[in-house]
Write a protein that binds this ligand. Structure first.
Ligand SMILES: [Ca+2]
Ligand SMILES: [Ca+2]
Length: 499
């Protein structure tokens, strides 16, 4: 005989409102206005910040000696424009509060700029930057400067540019993204700026339910549902619940109560990236079967928009009598490699497979942290015996299809630096002197050496998904001439991640 347990939860107040958006709202400005955004002008803008149709010739955008620029949306029919100049000083801003998915690591957007700053006594640069701020605004938590327009320069057009900002430090968290254009002087010449197609690269919206609701998800529910799919804050329950919500990521998880439903689905149409080969999530269930009905929990991949399943992963075929994982959230991954690079519907389903027609059951289900199987990029410093200089560091993580960005601090008199990547693995205890000096920290074979006259290296990573998670050893040297002399630096063991 099974004892029906009713959890005594500390019922936390439900989220009073939708905190923030799961994805960028109106990121391509295709509403034709600033829906979803907070836009502010600088004082006395030469052209006010506004959403314009592609092909519009804004007023006051001339750059002397250059052809006039019209807007040219990179996605759809609308984009944002402003004059990037005015009777300031002041700052144009365009902000939105959002929640990143657990795998969101990059904010991407397209822009083009032009300016005439040779005419009118400019002494300070104008800048374009992206700030990450707390929800609601405040002091920036991260600042990325994308463009510095130097005084006494003119540029007819930068050309259409796609930029990305690493926001991985905020993955899964609510935050404000704020595009800002700083014009520090009054009347120092006209300009032009256009922004379009602001997006995150995360394919799953609100996978951790941190909006506090089901934003981004759709549901279907059968009859006699005890508790339809909903989002609950940590520590809460509902009538007849068996356990208290315990999110594994953030403060919210999704759940529903089971009673006689024939199919309860929670679904989302997603576009998987070329390296998105798994979908991972945490779940648990407490369940009591009363009249011999069989249920299963499954994850289905269907065509975008829904339809006959293309793939159905049976997570647990018939849930046993009294099945109960209430104690712990179980981490589960499903293989979606057959759909990598395509758009599909991801559907979590709780289905009656036998019994009825009036099944009477009691139970509770919890789901959290739905994400693609992202691989983070990491780098670990290795100094060996400590004799080598330690000037080799990472600027930006190695990601498939991107580049691995590093810096080598040059000693006085050095001309440049090299980075060698080894496929032979880490090594230590072998000391060289002569042309090459210091402790060798990795074994051959080596990939082609990257050599620069200076400090910074951007080593391309091929767009090959099989490299995800690969760890390689790298070591830098600095060099000077007369006589030619290479000095070995520390090593970095770096792991290639997915974007
Ligand atoms: Ca657009
Ligand atoms: Ca969560």
């Amino acid at each position: 005989m099974h004892r029906i347990r009713i959890a005594a939860c500390l019922l936390v107040a439900m989220a009073t409102s939708q905190m923030t958006q799961a994805q960028i709202v109106n990121g391509s400005f295709e509403t034709g206005d600033f829906t979803g955004w907070i836009a502010t002008d600088m004082p006395g803008p030469y052209s006010a910040i506004s959403v314009l149709s592609s092909g519009t010739l804004p007023v006051f955008n001339m750059v002397f000696g250059c052809p006039l620029l019209s807007t040219a949306s990179t996605d759809g029919a609308f984009s944002v424009h402003h004059g990037f100049a005015g009777a300031g000083p002041g700052v144009y801003t365009l902000a939105q509060d959002v929640v990143l998915g657990p795998c969101s690591t990059r904010l991407e957007f397209d822009w083009v700029a032009a300016w005439e700053m040779t005419c009118c006594g400019a002494t300070l640069p104008r800048t374009f930057r992206v700030d990450i701020e707390p929800v609601g605004g405040g002091a920036f938590l991260q600042r990325s400067v994308l463009l510095t327009a130097a005084p006494q320069t003119d540029v007819c057009s930068t050309g259409a540019t796609t930029s990305s900002v690493d926001v991985s430090a905020f993955a899964g968290l609510p935050m404000r993204i704020s595009f800002e254009w700083d014009v520090p002087e009054l009347g120092t010449g006209p300009g032009f700026f256009e922004l379009d197609n602001v997006r995150f690269t995360d394919p799953i919206a609100n996978g951790s339910f941190e909006t506090g609701d089901l934003t981004g998800w759709g549901t279907t529910a059968g009859p006699f549902v005890q508790q339809p799919w909903a989002v609950f804050p940590a520590g809460s329950g509902w009538g007849g619940s068996w356990f208290c919500s315990a999110p594994v990521h953030g403060n919210f998880s999704a759940g529903h109560g089971i009673m006689g439903a024939t199919l309860e689905a929670l679904f989302q149409d997603v576009c998987l990236g070329p390296c998105d080969t798994t979908i991972t999530f945490e779940w648990r269930v407490a369940y009591l079967e009363v009249f011999g009905d069989d249920y299963e929990f499954r994850v289905e991949i269907e065509p975008s928009g829904g339809g006959v399943a293309l793939q159905s992963d049976l997570i647990t075929s018939v849930v046993p009598l009294g099945a109960d994982t209430a104690g712990t959230m179980v981490t589960q991954s499903v293989d979606v490699s057959a759909f990598a690079g395509s758009c599909v519907r991801l559907s979590f389903e709780w289905a009656l497979t036998a019994g009825g027609p009036f099944p009477i059951n009691l139970g509770q289900f919890e789901l959290d942290n739905v994400r693609v199987g992202c691989v983070p990029s990491t780098a670990v410093v290795r100094n060996g015996s400590g004799l080598n200089p330690t000037g080799f560091s990472e600027l930006g993580g190695a990601e498939i299809g991107g580049s691995w960005d590093t810096r080598v601090v040059l000693p006085a008199g050095a001309l440049g630096s090299t980075v060698q990547i080894s496929t032979g693995g880490p090594f230590s205890g072998f000391f060289l002197s002569g042309l090459l000096n210091g402790e060798l920290l990795m074994l051959p074979p080596f990939l082609p050496t990257d050599v620069v006259l200076g400090t910074d290296h951007a080593i391309p990573i091929p767009p090959d998904c099989t490299l995800a998670g690969a760890t390689l050893a790298a070591q830098a040297t600095t060099f000077s001439l007369g006589p030619l002399n290479f000095v070995l630096q520390n090593a970095l063991d770096f792991t290639i991640g997915t974007q």
